[in-house]
Design a protein around this ligand. Structure first.
Ligand code: HEC
Ligand code: HEC
Length: 151
C-alpha cells in the first residue's frame, strides 16, 4: 500500500514538473524553437519582411537536372485548372514574343515516356519544382555544397 502511494505521488510530481516546464518555455519541452520563433501559439506573430527577388543575378544550378530557380517575382501568378500564368510567357507559342525561356522538351514527356503535343500534366504545376530565388538567409544551418562538376 505504501509503495503504491509513493509510486502514485512520484508520477504526480513528474506530470506537474512537465506541465511546469512547458509553461516556463514557450518553445515547448526540451527548448525546441520552431520557425515562428518563441511567440506563444495564442499570440499573433509580426510577419517577416517581404523577401527580395533579385532579378539582376540568376543563381547557378547546384546539381545536374536541377529545376532552374525563378529569377523574377511570381506574386499573383495564377496556376489553376482555369489558367496557367507561367505558360503565358514560357510556352513554346509565347516565349519568343515575351522574351522568356521556353520550357524544355522534357516538359512534354509523360509518365509512359510518350512525347505529347502540349505540356505534360505532370509538369503543369510549375511551382512543384521551380521556386523563386530570394535574398533570404537559410532557415536552418547547413553545409550543402554543389556537385563537383558544377563548382
Ligand atoms: C510576364 C512573363 C513571365 C511570366 C508570367 C513568368 N515568367 Fe518566368 N521568366 C520570364 C522571363 C522574361 C525570364 C528570363 C529571365 C528574366 O529576364 O527574368 C524568365 C525566367 C524564368 C526561369 C529561369 C529560366 C532559366 O533558363 O534559368 C524560370 C524557371 C521561370 N521563369 C519560371 C516561371 C514560372 C514557374 C512562372 C509562373 C509561376 C513564370 N516563370 C512566369 C517571364 C515570365
Ligand atoms: C516535375 C518538375 C517540374 C515541373 C512541374 C516543371 N518543371 Fe520546368 N524544369 C524542371 C527541370 C528538372 C528542368 C531542368 C532540366 C530540363 O530542362 O528539363 C526544368 C527546366 C525549365 C526551364 C528552363 C528550360 C531551359 O531550356 O533552360 C523553364 C523555363 C521551365 N522549366 C519552366 C517551367 C514552367 C513554366 C513549368 C510549368 C508549366 C514547369 N517548368 C514545370 C522541372 C520541372
Amino acid at each position: 500500500m505504501k509503495k503504491l502511494l509513493v509510486a502514485l505521488l512520484s508520477i504526480g510530481a513528474l506530470v506537474t514538473g512537465l506541465a511546469q516546464a512547458e509553461l516556463d518555455n514557450p518553445g515547448g519541452v526540451g527548448g525546441l524553437e520552431s520557425l515562428r520563433g518563441t511567440t506563444p501559439i495564442e499570440d499573433t506573430r509580426a510577419s517577416d519582411n517581404m523577401k527580395k527577388y533579385p532579378r539582376e543575378q540568376a543563381l547557378d544550378s547546384d546539381f545536374v537536372y536541377q529545376p532552374p530557380l525563378i529569377p523574377h517575382n511570381i506574386r499573383n501568378y495564377e496556376v489553376s485548372l482555369n489558367a496557367n500564368k507561367c505558360l503565358s510567357c514560357h510556352s513554346w507559342k509565347n516565349a519568343k514574343q515575351m522574351g522568356a525561356t521556353k520550357i524544355s522538351v522534357t516538359h512534354f514527356i509523360n509518365r509512359q515516356d510518350a512525347v505529347l503535343a502540349d505540356v505534360s500534366p505532370r509538369r503543369y504545376f510549375c511551382l512543384q519544382c521551380h521556386v523563386p530565388q530570394a535574398d533570404a538567409k537559410p532557415l536552418v544551418e547547413n553545409e550543402y555544397e554543389s556537385v563537383d562538376s558544377l563548382r
